[in-house]
Design a protein around this ligand. Sequence first.
Ligand code: SF4
Length: 688
Amino acid sequence: MPRDPRFDILFEPVRIGPKVLRNRFYQVPHCTGFGTDRPGAQARFRATKAEGGWAAVCTELCSIHPETDRAPRPVARLWDDDDARNLALLCDEAHEHGALAGVELWHGGPTTEGSASREVPGAPSQIPSDMNPLSYPRSLDRAGIRELERMYTAAARRARDAGFDIVYVYGAHSFLPLQFLSSFYNKRTDEYGGALANRARFWLETLELVRAAVGEECAIAARLAVDARGPHGIELDEGLEFVRLADHLVDLWDVNIGSITDRTADIAPSRCDDQGWQLPWTGRVREATAKPIVGVGRLTNPETMVEIIRSGVWDLIGAARPSISDPFLPQKIAEGRLDEIRECIGCNVCLARALDHHQIACTQNPTAGEEFRRGWHPERFDRAANADREVLIVGAGAAGLECALVLGKRGMRRVSLVDAAPEVGGYVALVSQLPGLALWAGVVDWRKTRLAKLPNVEVVAGAALDADAVRAYGAQLAVVATGAHWAADGLNHLTHAPIPGAERTLTPERVLAGEEPAGESVLVYDCEGYFMGVGIAELLAARGRRVLYVTPLPVVGPFLDHTEEGIPVRQTLADLGVEWAVETELAAIGPDDCLLRSFGRERTVAADAVVLVTARISDDALYREVRADPGPLEAVYAIGDCVAPRLIADCVFDGHRLAREIDAPDPARPLPYLRERRLVATGQLAAS
Ligand code: SF4
């Protein structure tokens, strides 16, 4: 389809200093877990977005020197020419697809612990890290400041030589330039401290030196959190004043909000904010500059993008998560294929993976991070060598839906996706009923829409199949994706046993199916520590129940801290009057009370009802029965929670993986993938 002329404005070129962006879609820096040491993965991941139409693709934070070392988190580095050579691959591949390449020069001050390099980072003042009070910086004297500025310029020259078009001096997320700018971090009394003009001095000098170092070959970008929304940075009036002070040194303002201790403000999960939530702050930057501005806000709706550009507040639509979820978002808008946009659901699993030092993964896009090592392309699927086969998939949750979609695209003669429930969606459909998680239904809805376009795929809901029915269906290949259920007896990771008295309890499925717990007080016992326990607690508290949330884990919902949902979720529970007990075991359940145990001490609490969120159990009986006796089937496979309960992202990946490799010698086992590693010949171990 031709492009809707309303969206033409999104495809206008934009000049930033000496460079021109081909359109207004800009992938802002974001973490991947690839850094510099996995150059193939880094390059292909960014290049796939470039191919999908993004006008610029940027690295994650890129360390300028060993003293700013984030080990074990794999970040990019420009410590020497070898690092530059590895990152040059990214530049080359981005350029091949017509995109500019940006690098985010980074020094973290005390947030860098030097655990690998064992160097001590410099900072404006000697105050321990916000993240680790055992990590102290050294306070920089004037000579130290000069030395640090030279680190920036050396890294900038390497960036230019590697082929980068845009060089950042990165100060958002409370990193070093912002630490100088903020009186919360900067307690100096010399010309680098005190009044804003003094606190701005380090960043201004560094921008000037970096500009001089790269000449007219690169555009200079500053990434600035214009309002920390808390103490760990600056407020908006200071942010605007800094923009005015530095404007003559900057070609592109990349602006956001929040801080290192409040990333929720910047990387807001969908349970907290809608698209474009940063505009009340970043939309004010235009008051201080006429230079190009890029902002972010999980934007996937082209109408909203057009409104923002027409309003004049930003020049570029920045994206991290929307570009991960759909690397081809710009191209789909350009070609009028809006219904094909795979929208980010705002779950922040991508962030959790990166912060936990793993490689990036995405709930919506199972190819994210797999472009190089597995050769997966988000939009291209080759015809399966066994495409003459018919496939029956039992279970239309996340794994089954994704598997059917990829098998359909790979041209299988017929794919039948059958589910016993009246609606497809499985666990995701259930989860999206929890407070704040409605957008997660996008995992199901997008796939349903895409499946409806495939003539070789039929989707049948409300049809329960037993083993005989599977064998008799007429397919040659069967895939069982029957999911998992919550343990009703309280089986858990702590005791590896049921909880005495669990007969009178409810499971999350029963609560979400509408069953009301008896009485007024409810105890929710959460051994998982992610969205389900807190979600049930919030749901019941919002209905007026008195809720006690008990967990053996050290905090309420610890995994939510990996997805930037922890603080807002705890705040919501507190606002609803939910009480909690952490590091506490539910030892036994009586007729109207519960026995709790914590550090060897026991106490009894009254509870009219108990909801157990302790462990999930795979529904694999059908798979085992058909596998034991496949009858006429050539093969039977299991995917998703049916194999082992796990993140929705991993279930989507599992369904995708099997479909990608359905014609492999043994589709049940993943094919080997490329590993980027250093190989040493016998007797040739050499330092490098
Ligand atoms: Fe969006 Fe979730 Fe994918 Fe991250 S993991 S890009 S938040 S859908």
